[in-house]
Design a protein around this ligand. Structure first.
Ligand SMILES: Cc1ncc(COP(=O)(O)O)c(C=O)c1O
Length: 401
């Protein structure tokens, strides 16, 4: 029977976007432009070299041993135990692997899961700009209200961006629920010092706030500095979810395996969300990571490995007109570009990056992309997690400008 003759067809209304302001990001635009112009891509933050073959072998071993079905919801037990042991050795705080450590599908899933677990509609969440791009959409999806506080740009040569904690405190209202911080910091390469943690501790304890600490670059910290993990500060740790990522630490960003550590009461709520937005993370990779973590050498050696790359890149930059802002952590290097003559007059960061991709065939990322309302600081971000040959090709081109 032909029903269409009797019932008017009602097409669904176009979806009412939950993220109306989210469009194609500058990251996608720059990557497409890099491909179009055959540019050396120092824009995207990922290594262009292989991970340790032993890690790949460990995945094969895990698969051949039959670890191919669902892992336990919070993660493979041995991996959680190794994570807890690492955190205790490095930062002096014991997290219970059974009730306080959860393996996640990348830091991205850990971040949105923590936000969905802690933020209720109407709650305000303080983020520090320039801000990693997943935080604000995650807050919006939770019905929260992002409140951005800008970092202070470097005052003098040799300085990096800093967090004005007095301005952060002034942004707290009775509706504030959560503060999100990131150290070492993407995109600036700034790292927190003990004074930052103490200021943060005073602030969140005074106002009864939760903290989400994004520490995915914890092992990339240079010049002998120590990583100021929130785990080192008991009054902070008791109200915090801390996130780190194996993708960054072991050069396997495509694996998307990370973890969240938090006191049992917070982890309890975290896992309620986790079990329904991912349930469990792929099993053979978890077994491989657990086996690989038995040797602390690879993560303990990461700082020296990347510091050598940073210094190599900096030596090359000396032959260019770019002026670096010191990078104390991460695999990112900010540079000022005002001395480059584009013949198009002074360009904003996004336009400069497009110009650079077309004219020098090197892709970078504008720092303005990390602000809700674009703000120009006259700096762009390069990623130095690249083979020397890749850095050489980029530096040769940059030296011509
Ligand atoms: C600051 C920061 N947080 C989180 C992530 C996401 O990490 P993952 O790839 O493990 O999801 C990144 C990746 O670039 C990052 O830079």
């Amino acid at each position: 029977m032909d029903h269409s003759a009797h019932f008017a067809m009602t097409p669904p209304a176009p979806p009412r976007s939950k993220l109306p302001a989210v469009g194609t990001t500058i990251f996608t635009v720059m990557s497409a432009l890099a491909v179009e112009h055959d540019a050396v891509n120092l824009g995207q933050g990922f290594p262009d070299f292989a991970c340790d073959p032993a890690l790949v072998d460990a995945v094969t071993t895990a698969m051949q041993a039959g670890h191919n079905q669902y892992a336990p919801m919070p993660g493979v037990a041995l991996l959680r135990e190794r994570i807890a042991a690492k955190v205790e050795t490095l930062y002096g705080k014991r997290y219970d692997p059974v009730t306080e450590v959860t393996v996640t599908a990348g830091a991205t899933q850990a971040i949105i899961t923590a936000i969905l677990a802690l933020v209720h509609p109407g709650d305000e969440v303080i983020v520090i700009e320039p801000v990693y791009d997943s935080y604000v959409p995650s807050i919006l999806l939770a019905g929260g209200v992002p409140v951005a506080v800008g970092m202070r740009p470097p005052a003098a040569a040799g300085d990096n961006f800093t967090v004005p904690w007095d301005v952060v405190e002034a942004a707290v209202t009775p509706k504030t629920r959560l503060v999100i911080v990131n150290t070492p910091h993407n995109p600036t390469g700034a790292v927190f010092h003990a004074a930052d943690l103490l200021a943060l501790e005073a602030l969140v304890t005074r106002h009864g706030l939760y903290l989400l600490s994004d520490e995915v670059y914890e092992h990339m910290i240079y010049d002998g500095a120590r990583h100021e993990s929130v785990a080192r500060y008991p009054a902070l740790a008791e109200r915090s979810v801390i996130v780190s990522s194996f993708g960054k630490t072991y050069h396997v960003t495509g694996w998307k395996v990370a973890y969240a550590i938090a006191p049992a009461a917070l982890t309890h709520e975290f896992r309620k969300v986790h079990q329904f937005n991912v349930f469990t993370v792929n099993t053979p990779m978890q077994h491989a990571l657990a086996a690989y973590m038995a040797d602390p050498g690879p993560y303990l050696g990461l700082a020296a490995f990347y510091q050598a790359k940073r210094d190599y890149f900096l030596r090359g930059l000396e032959k260019t007109r770019f002026v670096p802002i010191p990078s104390a952590g991460t695999y990112f290097q900010l540079v000022r570009y005002s001395a480059i003559d584009t013949a198009e007059g002074p360009l904003g960061e996004a336009d400069f990056c497009k110009w650079l991709t077309r004219h020098a065939k090197v892709a970078a990322i504008p720092v303005s992309a990390f602000y809700d309302r674009p703000r120009e600081s006259g700096v762009v971000r390069f990623c130095f997690a690249k083979k020397e040959s890749t850095l050489d090709r980029a530096l040769e081109r940059l030296a011509l400008l």
